[in-house]
Design a protein around this ligand. Structure first.
Ligand code: ZN
Length: 577
């Protein structure tokens, strides 16, 4: 296939320069975490890393139908000595696709003429929102309920079939890749030393081979119980990429038809894989917080209006581990404006939660801890430019990790069903809930002795200082939109103030109260199960004001980075043939 490259040599040279393209190294070749593993686990790890590499293929296929042909074209051009193709390939590998978003929320388009579609490659590229709605209405009126249910399900790829649409289960669509992953998982289970982990690997392999969602549920249920395993392996199925499925809630007639037919639209799963080694010390620290989950549930606003996700006894259905990351692939490893530092899975739409399955939180050590001299220098510059000097003593990168622990735990609290009704606003609101819960519940956690008063101040100030972005995000960037909403809310409540020249001050005493106020509004919106209420809530607070812009300008002056990429030295070494 013939393609035309979109970015000029000059632009490519800039964007791949080390100041503009941040390198995030995962676990190193000589890491003691790896060398101290048993031989059996080392062998298993190599198989898991091979399995992970296949996630890149699946993810690229789900993301854009031109990704793989374009990649092949780049490889051919590089062989011919095409410098422009070589530089383009660096960015392609970093964002894992033709179109990504940079840290200033600008689209980076590597192929001339390429356009992003809301339905990514989960749906036909030329299918518009209105056409989707109209076809689904026709099909429902025609009694094709089952097919519509499959189309609006998280595990199918949708294609045209005459004037209608047809859904294909992931196990059919990605049969080749799924089977290869399953082979690697089974081989890993032959040498890995942990019985529970091996049981999970075999359940997961089975789920990949057969078209039966319950098999995924059994695998997820087992996965969520894993606590004391040497290795970590996850197939993540996140739903941030698909912006089309949720749109069916915007058409009143279709929404009613779906309700009559008992169909809940569920956004498509993007496939990612994470491989790592469980860090014992970091995990112990996390487990200290775990026993306070019931206390946190008790302090959630409007707690009598919904069923809590966690049981109130001590042995609640939540495991957690701090992990040294060996490899992140597919959705996990594509660097588009950032990369995730922790995850709480499975998400609410997954079947395992309906058969008594719990959740598992994984924290990514190599993604969060950046103590390289460059990273420290970047942090110092950022603080000097944007934070009131009196507050510098409270700024602590480790406090950001404590905040994240709260965030992930709060994902397990609050209303558990019905939030699909919020459509494209669902993720923004859920992420907001997790953040505000993490702050609002600091009072009870500090009282219980989890954090000292000093540590609480560090969490609050570090949050406030990090609450500003380099550029206004797109509505599709759930994680970033919620940050702007929070900055606006805290400024409106006069808890955070910004001087004319973009310096942030924080009223530490008011922080948790303001967070509780926002959290209460969020839980009300989630309980309403009303798309319009969700939309109004987001529009009310997603405002890019002069104050926010003043900080943003300062940030842009101190930080040139636009793109990022992960490096996986250990993973690359142990899979070298
Ligand atoms: Zn989250």
């Amino acid at each position: 296939m013939q393609f035309e490259l979109n970015l000029s040599i000059e632009e490519l040279e800039k964007r791949t320069d080390k100041d503009y393209l941040i390198r995030k190294p995962m676990l190193k070749e000589d890491a003691v975490e790896y060398t101290s593993l048993s031989e059996g686990d080392k062998k298993a790890l190599a198989h898991l890393v091979k399995a992970a590499n296949l996630a890149n293929i699946i993810y690229m296929k789900q993301d854009n139908e031109l990704n793989l042909p374009f990649r092949d074209y780049l490889n051919e051009e590089i062989k011919k000595g095409n410098k422009q193709a070589e530089l383009t390939k660096i960015l392609f590998n970093a964002q894992l696709g033709i179109i990504g978003i940079d840290s200033e929320s600008k689209q980076v388009i590597l192929l001339k003429g390429a356009k992003e579609s809301d339905g990514k490659a989960f749906y036909p590229a030329d299918l518009t929102k209105n056409e989707l709605h109209n076809i689904l209405k026709e099909m429902l009126k025609n009694g094709e309920k089952e097919e519509v249910q499959k189309i609006l399900n998280q595990r199918t790829i949708v294609k045209r079939s005459g004037s209608k649409l047809k859904a294909f289960d992931y196990t059919e669509e990605f049969k080749e890749e799924f089977n290869k992953i399953a082979d690697e998982l089974e081989q890993a289970s032959n040498t890995s030393t942990n019985k529970d982990f091996n049981e999970y690997l075999n359940l997961q392999a089975k789920a990949l081979r057969e078209n039966d969602p319950m098999l995924d549920a059994y695998a997820d249920k087992k996965w969520a119980t894993l606590q004391d395993t040497p290795l970590e392996f996850t197939i993540s199925r996140e739903q941030y990429a698909d912006l089309l499925t949720g749109s069916v809630m915007e058409d009143e007639e279709l929404k009613n038809l779906l309700e009559e037919n008992n169909i809940t639209p569920i956004s498509k799963d993007s496939i990612g894989i994470r491989v790592g080694i469980v860090n014992k010390k970091g995990t112990q620290d996390l487990l200290k917080v775990k026993k306070y989950l019931p206390l946190m549930a008790e302090n959630m606003p409007l707690k009598d209006k919904y069923e809590q996700n966690i049981s109130s006894d001590e042995d609640n259905l939540q495991t957690m581990a701090d992990v040294d990351i060996v490899s992140l692939r597919g959705d996990e490893g594509s660097y588009r404006g950032g990369i995730t530092i922790a995850q709480n899975l499975p998400n609410n739409d997954k079947l395992s939660l309906t058969i008594g399955g719990g959740r598992r939180n994984i924290y990514h050590r190599q993604v969060r801890t950046s103590n390289s001299p460059e990273a420290i220098e970047r942090r110092k510059k950022r603080l000097n430019a944007t934070l009131n000097p009196e507050l510098h003593k409270y700024y602590n990168p480790e406090a950001d990790h404590w905040f994240t622990i709260g965030h992930e735990n709060v994902h397990s609290l609050g209303p558990k069903s019905g939030t699909e009704a919020l459509g494209k606003y669902k993720n923004i609101i859920e992420e907001n809930k997790a953040d505000m819960g993490s702050l609002a519940l600091l009072d009870c956690l500090t009282e219980a002795g989890v954090y000292t008063e000093e540590e609480k101040k560090q969490i609050l100030v570090t949050f406030g200082a990090n609450c500003f972005l380099k550029a206004k995000p797109e509505l599709s960037q759930a994680h970033r939109v919620r940050t702007v909403m929070q900055a606006y809310f805290f400024i409106k409540e006069k808890t955070i103030t910004v001087s004319n020249d973009g310096i942030i001050s924080i009223d530490i005493e008011k922080m948790t109260k303001t967070a509780m106020k926002m959290l209460t509004e969020i839980v009300e919106v989630q309980l309403s199960q009303d798309f319009k209420k969700g939309e109004d809530f987001v529009n009310k607070y997603f405002q890019w004001t002069d104050e926010i812009n003043a900080v943003s300008n300062k940030l842009k002056q101190t930080d040139k980075s636009l793109n990022g990429m992960i490096e996986t030295p250990l993973a690359d070494l142990i899979t070298k043939e």
